[in-house]
Design a protein. Structure first.
Length: 213
């Protein structure tokens, strides 16, 4: 896989003034890591958007800044809730010798036979697994094969997953990642959830007060 490269420059604008950077097509960055002081940086938004999109929060990025180099993860990318444009990115400088804990997305693949045979509903209940690994061993995703779901109520648990080399899965082994549920059960759960949501949204009953004579 081709390495992602990001070149950033020192940032002297802080606080609310960074809005002027964004208007000029520049996104503020913050580089931090274990045993180091936070470093304010900036990078052109156009190229940064592409890199952040490809990296997610699990793929390593080769960062060049101020004549230095660092291997980083994009730990948090803040976006405008309306336009989805980048507002700020936090970059975490990783160690090549110390293991770290991180959440890795679950990627389902294949087909669940129960869906075809019994018209079961595939329920994906766990979207991410917590792992521990060296930064260079962090997978972009943990792939989960759906083929074992052959009967209604068959489930794939965390304990069923074989971790990639160099990776330890820390999530609760008993947690369900995906299951083949009976369609009637899923429909009942949806109806119950809808009823609970409607009850929560209903205005409180009016309280009658006696008028003073």
């Amino acid at each position: 896989m081709q390495q992602l490269e990001l070149e950033a420059t020192p940032r002297r604008v802080v606080g609310k003034k960074v809005r002027h950077l964004r208007r000029a097509g520049i996104t503020p960055l913050n580089l931090y890591g274990k045993g180091m002081s936070s470093v304010p940086l900036q990078a052109p938004t156009k190229g940064l958007e592409q890199i952040v999109g490809q990296a997610g929060h699990t793929r390593l990025i080769n960062l060049t800044y101020n004549g230095k180099k660092a291997l980083v993860l994009a730990r948090q990318a803040q976006r405008n809730v309306r336009t989805h444009h980048l507002l700020h990115v936090d970059l975490y400088a990783v160690s090549l010798t110390e293991k770290m804990r991180i959440g890795v997305p679950v990627a389902l693949f294949g087909e669940a036979p129960a869906v075809q045979t019994y018209d079961a509903v595939l329920v994906h209940t766990l979207a991410e697994l917590e792992i521990e690994a060296l930064a260079t061993d962090i997978p972009q995703t943990i792939e989960v094969d759906l083929s074992p779901l052959k009967e209604i109520d068959d489930a794939i648990h965390v304990r069923d997953i074989v971790a990639p080399p160099g990776v330890a899965i820390l999530s609760d082994p008993s947690e369900v990642i995906a299951k083949a549920a009976a369609p009637t059960v899923v429909e009942e759960e949806r109806e119950e959830a809808a009823e609970e949501a409607a009850a929560a949204a209903a205005p409180p009953p009016a309280v009658e007060t006696a008028e003073e004579e």
